[in-house]
Design a protein around this ligand. Structure first.
Ligand SMILES: Cc1cc2nc3c(=O)[nH]c(=O)nc-3n(C[C@H](O)[C@H](O)[C@H](O)COP(=O)(O)OP(=O)(O)OC[C@H]3O[C@@H](n4cnc5c(N)ncnc54)[C@H](O)[C@@H]3O)c2cc1C
Length: 312
């Protein structure tokens, strides 16, 4: 049976599980920060852990391919879209609360918002990550990090949701690595508890401003991008440095362009197709390989059959 037929068959059960209607054909261009990508099969919102567990149970029972997305800040989706079920976290899964020195954030809470809530409470730790435009759940899934800090270093506990159930997991079980976390299969991060340290509101806000201005000075902030395209390879030179030295800055294809301010970012200057971005990705990888013999690994997640071209 095709994905479309499976989704159609599951639609009423999904609506019952979520307590609201799923939407068909929503374009990924509006659900990703780079602004590319065709339609999703169905998009459904989960507004509580129980609702999310019920949606996952329904999707599993109907054998529907599903994917949870945050703010789509590390995703590139094909122009033809992706025919499965996209789950978005909302309602209580977007809230942030302070409990003593702990920040309790829903998996769908934005990291900049979580950082502001921590700053208002005079809690320090999240400042280097405040400018990462993703969600708390997505940040845990990717072990997002900046300026030498990673979210995994702050995690006290994570609520994991799977088909029909949820449970708390200690950070050790997630085996955080460089831009990676070992989540159990078919699971969603529905809540993140971060352990922060006491400081003053003024000191935390000042540190946040400092990290923001450092980011603004070195990255195409405010432009449509999907963040760093490639992971930094082992060794002294970052992916951005290698791409710059291989002459990638400013390369363009259609409305997609390698940023002039940071070679590891690809900017959508307006109406870029995912195929244009993919072609730039392939050209950049090839240039770095030809010049340095290094195969850059993608940091962004690809969806809808997109794949980097193999290198020789
Ligand atoms: C301008 C810009 C700057 C950036 N700077 C940084 C940076 O400094 N450091 C950095 O690490 N990243 C950076 N990023 C990339 C990105 O913001 C992070 O990787 C972020 O953690 C992704 O979060 P998201 O919620 O948007 O996830 P998405 O992009 O929506 O999803 C990414 C992956 O995470 C999975 N996922 C999302 N939510 C969940 C969940 N709740 N549970 C389980 N899996 C989930 C998705 O299925 C997907 O596989 C930047 C991006 C942009 C656009």
């Amino acid at each position: 049976m095709s994905e479309a037929a499976l989704l159609e068959e599951a639609r009423a059960d999904l609506e019952h599980a979520a307590g609201k209607k799923p939407a068909a054909g929503v374009p990924f261009s509006g659900m990703t920060t780079i602004g590319c990508g065709g339609p999703a099969g169905l998009v459904i919102e989960a507004d509580s852990t129980a609702g999310l567990a019920a949606i996952l149970e329904t999707a599993t029972a109907h054998r529907i391919p599903w994917l949870v997305t945050g703010l789509g800040s590390n995703l590139l989706v094909a122009d033809a879209g992706w025919p499965g079920l996209v789950i978005r976290l909302t309602g209580s899964l977007k809230c942030c609360r302070i409990r003593g020195n702990l920040l309790d954030a829903g998996g769908g809470a934005s990291l900049p918002k979580a950082a502001s809530v921590a700053a208002a409470a005079g809690l320090s730790g999240l400042e280097p990550l405040a400018g990462i435009p993703g969600t708390a759940g997505g940040a845990v899934a990717m072990n997002a990090g900046a300026f030498g800090a990673s979210i995994g270093d702050l995690v006290s506990e994570v609520e994991i949701c799977r088909a029909g159930k949820s449970f708390m997991s200690p950070p050790g079980s997630l085996d955080f690595g460089y831009r990676s976390a070992a989540l159990p299969p078919d699971s969603v991060v529905s809540r993140v508890i971060l352990s922060l340290s006491r400081s003053s509101r003024e000191a935390v806000s000042a540190r946040m401003r400092d990290f923001r201005s450092r980011r603004e000075a070195s990255q195409p902030v405010g432009k449509k991008t999907c963040g760093s395209v490639f992971k930094n390879p082992p060794g002294a030179r970052s992916a951005g440095m290698l791409l710059d030295q291989a002459g990638c800055k400013g390369m363009s294809r259609g409305a997609a362009q390698v940023s002039e301010s940071h070679a590891n970012f690809i900017v959508n200057n307006g109406g870029a197709a995912a195929a244009d971005v993919m072609e730039l990705i392939n050209n950049c990888r090839r240039r770095v390989y030809d010049r340095f013999g290094i195969s850059l690994e993608l940091e962004i997640r690809l969806l809808g059959g997109l794949r980097p071209e193999p290198l020789p």
